[in-house]
Design a protein around this ligand. Structure first.
Ligand SMILES: *Cc1c(COP(=O)(O)O)cnc(C)c1O
Length: 485
């Protein structure tokens, strides 16, 4: 009896080249040099395995189609590109929301980027007092500037405002009561709910008043032996209008003082300067809130301030000292990159006359309508040509919003490109979804907003118009066949 012939490897049986042969292809030499053998090897193996299972699935067909070398190389190169692409990367924010939490909030000024690079590369005097040659305090980089800009006695910084609130509550009100108006029990972005934060910080929430009306006497009657502090929260992402009443900082302050209780104000967005100077709606500043009698004021670094993510706490020196001694301060502290960026941004505030030029957040907020309109006119033919006859591209007036809870009801007039399927009624939703996905799949993803049967690209935050136009000219429009390499 004859023994069966030795089994050929599955690869060869399928008519596919071996892994080693593919690795030796000149077309992969560049990728091997750039990314190393392991990554390229994994891409080759994965692609050959995928082709084998495709061929196996088509085994009943007389002669299944084995991909040619060019097609294999293109697929492997695509896998390599996908593998080396960073997960976190820049996008074009054309949502119309300037401070978009999901898109990383405030864009940083060049000065902050330079400061980050300078300290990131090596050692820095983060907690080292160069004059004394001894251990220093990491808040020193920014505390002095914050004191100057807000008139506060002292300042400290943690990871974000949620962290600032947790620290304040844990350090100043453990197992005791905190009085808050019912009209101010905020939820921000789902994960930040005031009652939950209170519970996790180990203190008891004492709600006073009603949703629409709270009076000074409600706060006064709630004060008892277990009260630790009065908390006022800026209702940053909504407004209670109509028959409403809330007690301002200036009215709460004397009550807090009479009972020897700290008055803490969570401003959320917290502007450092009066935005009315640039024709924007007024948002309470840290300085005026302290002047009105708050003992501590909390606000974010990456909202209207225009800096990196941080939670800033300014106010009475004795209270800030207690915060800094609490173990949570260590757990919630900022790193040197954040502190370097924040210092650089705060320094820009020393020259308010040039702030709108130097601070990207403010520059975007005050961008003249005519700028966006002219940009829309320039880009309309480009987008129309790129998308072809299946899409109607028009220039439309829209309203941008500031975002991140700042000035919730105020809107800024802007211009947008409105992308709408031409003539299509049925399947329009699917076409819009596909277009949105195609724009997000570009090398620098473009994020717009779908509303009223169209995809809207609000141009307020389009700084790099050349980069935007350039990538459209290079990329195939969504749904089109890939251009020849
Ligand atoms: C945004 C906001 C917060 C949370 O700030 P983060 O810096 O995002 O943690 C807290 N309170 C108010 C009133 C806010 O507007």
């Amino acid at each position: 009896m004859l023994s069966p012939p030795p089994a050929r490897p599955a690869q060869a049986r399928a008519g596919l080249p071996s892994v080693d042969r593919v690795l030796a292809w000149p077309g992969l030499a560049g990728a091997l040099a750039a990314h190393g053998r392991s990554l390229v090897l994994a891409a080759v193996r994965d692609e050959l395995a995928a082709q084998r299972s495709l061929l196996a699935a088509a085994a009943d067909v007389q002669s299944p189609l084995v991909p040619g070398a060019d097609a294999l190389l293109a697929a492997i190169t695509h896998r390599i590109q996908a593998a080396v692409q960073p997960v976190l990367r820049p996008v074009f924010n054309l949502t119309g929301t300037v401070l978009h939490t999901n898109l990383g909030r405030a864009p940083l000024p060049q000065q902050a980027l330079d400061a980050i690079t300078a300290v990131a590369r090596g050692a820095a005097n983060l907690e080292f007092d160069l004059a004394a040659g001894a251990r220093g305090d990491r808040d020193d980089a920014v505390a002095g500037l914050l004191q100057q800009l807000t008139g506060a006695e002292a300042a400290t910084v943690v990871n974000n405002t949620a962290a600032a609130l947790v620290l304040v509550l844990a350090a100043l009100a453990p197992r005791r009561e905190v009085i808050v108006s019912r009209g101010e029990l905020i939820e921000i972005g789902g994960a930040f709910r005031l009652p939950d934060i209170m519970r996790s910080a180990g203190c008891k929430l004492h709600e006073v008043g009603t949703t629409n009306r709270t009076h000074l006497r409600d706060h006064a009657e709630a004060i008892g032996p277990r009260t630790a502090l009065l908390l006022k929260v800026h209702t940053s992402n909504y407004q209670i209008q109509g028959f409403s009443a809330a007690v301002g900082t200036a009215d709460l302050a004397p009550l807090a003082r009479t009972h020897g209780l700290p008055l803490v104000v969570d401003l959320g967005s917290g502007a450092l300067v009066d935005l009315a100077r640039w024709g924007l709606p007024h948002e309470p500043t840290a300085a005026e809130t302290l002047a009105a009698g708050a003992d501590l004021v909390l606000f974010s670094g990456d909202k209207l301030l225009g800096g990196p993510q941080a939670g800033i706490i300014v106010g009475r020196a004795d209270l800030v000292r207690r915060l800094k001694k609490h173990p949570f301060k260590r757990a919630l502290r900022c790193d040197k990159l954040t502190l370097a960026a924040l210092e650089a941004v705060l320094r820009l505030y020393a020259d308010p006359d040039r702030l709108a030029m130097q601070l990207p957040t403010l520059r975007l907020l005050v961008r003249p309508l005519a700028d966006m309109q002219a940009q829309a006119q320039r880009l309309q033919p480009l987008l129309a040509g790129w998308l072809g006859a299946a899409w109607q591209v028009t220039v439309d007036a829209v309203m941008s919003q500031i975002g991140s809870g700042a000035l919730p009801v105020d809107r800024l007039p802007s211009a947008a490109l409105r992308l709408q399927p031409a003539g299509l009624r049925r399947g329009a939703g699917r076409a819009l979804d596909a277009l949105g996905a195609g724009l997000r799949a570009l090398p620098v993803p473009v994020v717009g907003r779908v509303a009223d049967g169209a995809l809207w690209l609000d141009l307020r935050c389009l700084d790099d118009e050349a980069g935007f136009a350039d990538q459209l000219q290079r990329a195939a429009p969504p749904g089109a066949a890939a251009p020849p390499p």
